[in-house]
Design a protein around this ligand. Structure first.
Ligand code: RFL
Ligand code: PHB
Length: 394
């Protein structure tokens, strides 16, 4: 692919945020270019999120990437919470006036968007590494990048950093202009993929004195499971049998239910973090998705927030392009941050209610159990969880 030198919107990063933004802009006739440091197979195979809110499904459909999602995505009308040997189902449609979520892996969302973009879309360059962004406070910010062994520049009207938590776009903004709010958790998630049909039709979020566990899925034949583990755990230090035994212990219920085992095909440990950088715009550099905020995965919000950010941003660019009105662009950061902070709170709430903090006291553990009991006994408490899980309209 020829390396472009000039565009209207320069996008750093081809994760879900960058790819969806490029798609929405291209459809509306706004010129853009996406630069991605990794190669295509790496981006398409990176195991991550699994749960999509209805609003994310709606924007993917509108972007033209809904066809396979409609065929293969699994609609989910509830989740199960598990603690003290019992389970409680959260019924989404009943508690939220008919809403539900979809299980469709981020890997598949990314594959669908890349396929569309390469067939009919704006330029997307793989193995193109942004090394810095200059001129954030000028009318033509510039992305400096390397591609095919050469240093290059892409001059833009606007630059959008969709380059994740370790991205470079944020560094274009003076440190004094940004505030980062952050919380690091004293535990990580050990995630596995296993070739075995999911042992439950719905996701199970389990609280246990041994730590949190989550049962999720990728399809009718592939399970995705997570265990809370200490930070710094080596995933290869566990045998398959140890993993399944620990999952068994954490999902144990006083009922006739058994976790099915199968070959483990992938394993990884990921640290948990909450983080928000404000504002999400400075001059002509804007941040979207994980580049601006991180949530611990317990609330299943990261990918959905990324999709919500770029939906707001695409509308703002399209308004500017068609009418010359930049008020939506000026409001971008404030508009997004309301949703971001709601998701931060929910993700923190789910994490702190379901995990065992190594420093927690017996008193703290009793508070968690009381909270879970409250959710199981009060439709108001259950509705609060359900509304946040399916996505709050903001
Ligand atoms: P991404 O996906 O990190 O993409 C950023 C892209 O930028 C590229 N990049 C660069 N490119 C060029 N030059 C540079 N200098 C660059 N630096 C970086 C990177 O290679 C990459 O391709 O960010 P984006 O697009 O904002 O998307 C965010 C989501 O990926 C993330 O929030 C979710 O995966 C979080 N998440 C979940 N979210 C949900 O909504 N529901 C879930 O169920 C859910 N489960 C999860 C998750 C995240 C997890 N992990 C691994 C953190 C489960 C897990 C295990
Ligand atoms: C997943 O399927 O990877 C998944 C599902 C729900 C979460 C986090 C991850 O809260």
């Amino acid at each position: 692919m020829n390396a472009p030198k000039r565009t209207t919107v320069g996008i750093v990063g081809a994760g879900p945020a960058g790819l969806l933004l490029a798609r929405l802009l291209h459809q509306a006739g706004v010129d853009c270019v996406v630069l991605e440091t990794r190669d295509r197979p790496y981006v398409e195979q990176r195991q991550r999120a699994g749960v999509l809110e209805q609003s994310t499904v709606d924007v993917l459909r509108a972007s033209g990437a809904g066809e396979r999602l409609e065929r293969e995505g699994l609609p989910h009308d509830g989740i199960e919470l598990s603690w003290s040997g019992r389970r409680h189902r959260i019924d989404f449609p009943k508690l939220t006036g008919g809403k539900r979520v979809w299980v469709y892996a981020q890997t598949e969302v990314v594959k669908d968007l890349i396929k569309l973009q390469l067939a009919d879309g704006a330029p997307l360059l793989f193995q193109a590494t942004a090394t810095g962004v200059t001129g954030a406070d000028t009318a033509s910010p510039t992305i400096h990048y390397t591609y095919e062994g050469e240093d290059r520049t892409l001059t833009c009207d606007y630059v959008v950093g969709c380059d994740g938590y370790h991205g470079v776009a944020r560094q274009a903004i003076p440190e004094s202009a940004l505030t980062t709010y952050e919380r690091v958790y004293p535990f990580s998630w050990f995630g596995i993929l296993a070739d075995v049909p999911p042992s439950s039709d719905e996701l199970i979020y389990a609280h246990s004195p041994r730590g949190f566990a989550l049962l999720s899925m990728r399809s009718h034949t592939v399970s995705r499971l997570y265990l809370q583990v200490p930070n710094g755990t080596d995933p290869n230090a566990w045998t398959d049998e140890q993993i399944w035994d620990e999952l068994d212990a954490r999902f144990a219920v006083d009922a006739d239910w058994k976790l099915q085992r199968g070959p483990i095909t992938q394993r990884a440990v990921l640290p948990l973090r909450s983080s928000v950088t404000e504002p999400m715009r400075w001059g002509r550099v804007l941040l979207a998705g994980d580049a601006a905020h991180i949530v611990p995965p317990t609330g299943a919000k990261g990918l959905n927030l990324a999709a919500a950010d770029v939906t707001v941003l695409a509308r703002a660019f399209i308004e500017l392009h068609t009418t010359g009105d930049d008020s939506a662009l000026a409001a971008y950061s404030d508009t997004c941050l309301r949703r971001v902070w709601r998701a931060e709170h929910f993700s923190y709430f789910m994490t702190s209610t379901l995990h065992s903090d190594p420093d927690q006291t017996a008193f703290d553990a009793r508070l968690q159990l009381s909270q879970l009991d409250r959710i199981a006994s009060s439709p108001h408490a259950a509705a609060e969880l359900a509304e946040n899980y399916v996505g709050v309209a903001l």
